[in-house]
Design a protein around this ligand. Structure first.
Ligand SMILES: [Zn+2]
Length: 61
């Protein structure tokens, strides 16, 4: 029953250095809030807050 239309790709951006470190997906029907997680940033060399950033261009299947 999983429909592709509900899944949205997004990137995690480090709040400290603004680098886009991770790509992830979420079900936009179940997760309407912005995702915010502590993740390791290889640029900062420490765990920092990573915030969701939408991927606008392209529609890859
Ligand atoms: Zn960083």
């Amino acid at each position: 029953m999983a429909k592709k239309g509900n899944r949205q790709k997004f990137r995690f951006k480090c709040a400290d250095c603004n680098n886009l470190n991770y790509v992830s997906r979420k079900n936009i029907k179940n997760t309407t809030d912005k995702v915010e997680l502590k993740k390791y940033c290889k640029h900062c060399k420490k765990s920092t807050v990573h915030k969701e950033v939408k991927i606008e261009r392209g529609k890859t299947n």
